[in-house]
Design a protein around this ligand. Sequence first.
Ligand SMILES: Cc1ncc(COP(=O)(O)O)c(C=O)c1O
Length: 346
Amino acid sequence: MREYPSDRVDMRSDTVTQPTAAMRKVMEAAEVGDDVLGDDSTVQALQNRLADMLGKEAALFVPSGTMSNAVAIRAHTSPGDEIITETTSHIYQYEGGGYAALSGCSIALVPATRGIMNPEDVASAIRKAEGSLAHYPDGSLVCVENTANRGGGTCYPQETLDAIAKIAHDNDCAAHIDGARLFNAVIATGVDAARMVRDYDSISICLSKGLGAPVGSVLVGSSDFIARAHRWRKMFGGGMRQAGIIAAGGLYAIENHIERLADDHARARRLAEAINAMDGFTVDLDSVQTNMVYVDGDLGAQQIMAGLAEHGVDVLDVGPTAVRAVVHLHITDEDIDRVIAAFAAL
Ligand SMILES: Cc1ncc(COP(=O)(O)O)c(C=O)c1O
């Protein structure tokens, strides 16, 4: 589906998508109310739909994935607590240190292979004040990112997800999934979404990434948790009034753009294999499990980006020699051919 207002092939991220004509139509016609007063039926429909899909009691529409994680961390922890998450996770790397500023938490970082933590490493990262002469902070929340963006868009094996949630709960910690791209993991693994998140206390879903909606994320969990999250959303300034107009885009995306993620994954695979076969470029093919392709190149990231840009292809530099190309709603088979040709011409 091209439907993109440019001749360029923009693969910097799956956040660059534009609402399709069909999605815009649904948004334009959306019934709205004042969601801060609790009467926007479209927001409620979106929240209920995602809570149902994930097998949880309730959900909360928020403006961004960053706010969704921030609200979740704040609702699960108290100042002086510690959160436990992976070294390259979005929560640690790209959310402005929100866990510290907004929740007063320190962070215990867990190493990983391709972004996937192993349960033993999570267990050894959890510290408790009790039994430490009050030297340690209280580890009270374990955060898992699925798919793991900097791991290459990798998916957690279900047994690993289950084991990490058990370790969290055995140690009196809550368990949260940053599922910005959870549905990519659902499609790639074939595991039902509710089963995938069964043992987790909260899940953040982004509508504005692979799903192709323009704005918004949804935080999902128990009624009790969502009631606390609602209060923090208010304090963080995330209450939105006639938000149904954007929630409608999210609802449309959930109905129409989940199954098609398989096409993105197949295109990412084809791109990865073609680039990896070229001299001077390497792709860790085992990490290409969903819609992302991380490429390492002898030329260096800046030169790769500049060279591709001359061919109308945009990617993101993610290290001195590495760039990332992300397949999304608007990327067609012909675009993939064009990107392969652009790499070959470098
Ligand atoms: C894994 C992950 N979590 C959270 C976010 C934050 O989402 P937002 O950009 O909507 O704040 C992103 C954004 O790219 C992400 O990749």
